[in-house]
Design a protein around this ligand. Structure first.
Ligand code: GDP
Ligand code: IMO
Ligand code: MG
Length: 422
């Protein structure tokens, strides 16, 4: 293999977990570099469904090292629960997990502030996962955050927590929310800290030493390109850099050590939460929901659905430098005919090949569609490209060409085996 950055090329939930699971076979180390437990990455193997939130999706495979990098924001109590949940499913977690001492903590006031902001903003809601992600990254940028290294020093943590609660309880009360008890948070966080202590270290040094020994690293992106704080549909975004560059800043591995960027995209488009989605189609959403598809892995919310948007994915190729594409959920279109593909936008009479930066303008864009024929046949059992129905072959070739990167994988089902590698 090589050192690979894997990112979502759309609005999240592209099937990154599934593709990471496939690629992990050839990697030594799998590292998360941004986001927090707003992520929900699904791996299905031997009838077991694993939903990973903070722990990299390489964890179900034995002998692989999983690293939570410095750019991730960690809710320690929820991480302890995630570890316990995985152990219940028979996964051993010991020397295979490392957590950066520089990763920032998500605290209960972050979650409450996240909730309050969503309530107060009324109709301008972002539709966050309410995991406290925005406020936690806000504290990080404001240089007032607490980090894993603080949690590893109980007296330092308690002192900083006391100061932070003084400030945040005032804000919460002014917003009409209940203040937070120092004692409860201090106890639960310190207890979680003790559980996590064996895993915490300087992961930057670990990763560099591993690279010196020729180990191969898979960088697991969370969320997707259009949820990026800089390049996404601001303000309807998450609070981290979900694009390829985030893999460097979020792990301390420099750009010249990266070999390839793999972009994961669905054969259509989905989004959870608010914000523009130019190709949204309620009828298509209904079709998917009726078939039990497209419910959020973290919040269970119905995902919004739409046609494949090549304007968006072409832009994603540019920002991330996508070398290879993994197209997932091709089987989702098995019974859809005809299939629409968005090849351009129209805004105020002008044809656009690039998404406008402004979310309101993007919301006003009308997709220009090309219609292609469906294949009306199951693709689930295809394991080779040649086994796909002709119209399905045409479709994946067409959307890859529009996106501008080489097609390297096609996924036709949630499990490891349901994959065509080109
Ligand atoms: P992630 O956040 O990008 O890892 O994606 P999620 O796990 O949130 O959502 C993707 C969903 O699609 C999960 O339920 C996966 O099990 C499922 N999935 C991934 N690839 C395929 C596929 O090719 N076909 C089908 N039917 N399901 C898939
Ligand atoms: P994975 O890694 C899809 C969305 C939320 C909301 C916006 C901001 O599973 O692809 P946040 O809680 O981050 O402040 O919410 O971002 N969002 C995701 N949508 N997949 C995700 O992660 C997401 N993580 C956040 O729905 O619109
Ligand atoms: Mg997800």
């Amino acid at each position: 293999m090589a050192n690979i950055i894997l990112i979502g090329a759309q609005w999240g939930d592209e099937g990154k977990g599934k593709i990471i699971d496939v690629l992990t076979a050839k990697a030594d180390i799998i590292v998360r570099s941004q986001g927090g437990n707003n992520a929900g990455h699904t791996v299905v193997h031997r009838g077991v469904k694993y939903i990973l939130h903070l722990i990299p999706s390489g964890i179900p495979r034995r002998g692989k090292i999983c690293v939570i990098g410095n750019g991730v924001v960690i809710d320690p109590v929820s991480l302890v629960a995630e570890i316990a949940g995985l152990r219940k499913l028979g996964i051993s977690i010991a020397k295979n997990l490392l957590i950066s001492d520089c990763a920032h903590l998500v605290l209960p006031y972050h979650r409450l502030l996240d909730e309050q902001r969503e309530l107060r903003e009324g109709r301008a809601r972002i539709g966050t996962t309410k995991r406290g992600i925005g406020p936690a990254y806000g504290d990080k940028a404001a240089r007032t955050g607490l980090r894993m290294s603080d949690l590893m020093q109980p007296s330092v943590f308690s002192k900083k927590l006391q100061d932070k609660l003084l400030e945040n309880n005032r804000i919460l009360q002014a917003l009409g929310a209940k203040p937070i008890s120092f004692r409860e948070v201090n106890e639960s966080y310190l207890a979680a800290g003790e559980q996590l202590r064996p895993f915490v270290r300087n992961t930057v040094v670990y990763l560099h030493r591993a690279l010196e020994r020729g180990k191969e690293i898979l960088f697991e992106g969370a969320q997707g390109t259009f949820l990026d704080i800089d390049h996404g549909t601001y303000p309807y975004v998450t609070s981290s850099n979900t694009t390829a560059g985030g893999a460097c800043t979020g792990t301390g591995v420099p750009p010249h050590r990266m070999d390839r960027v793999v972009g994961v995209m669905k054969a259509y488009t989905t989004r959870v939460g608010e914000g523009p989605l130019p190709t949204e189609d309620r009828q298509l959403a209904e079709t998917f929901h009726k078939r039990g598809r497209e419910f959020g892995a973290t919040t269970g919310r119905k995902r919004r659905c739409g046609w494949f948007d090549a304007v968006a994915t072409r832009y994603a190729t540019m920002i991330n430098g996508i070398d290879e594409l993994a197209i997932t959920n091709l089987d989702g279109l098995d019974a859809v005919d005809p299939i629409r593909v968005c090849i351009a936008y129209r805004l105020n009479g002008k044809r656009l090949g690039v998404p406008p930066s402004d979310a309101t303008q993007l919301a006003n864009c009308e997709p220009v569609y090309e219609e292609v024929r469906g294949w009306n046949k199951s693709t689930h059992s295809a394991r080779k490209f040649s086994q796909l129905p002709p119209a399905a072959k045409e479709y994946v070739k067409y959307i890859s060409k529009l996106t501008g990167a080489k097609l390297s994988m096609i996924s036709v089902g949630p499990t490891r085996g349901e994959t065509i590698i080109l």
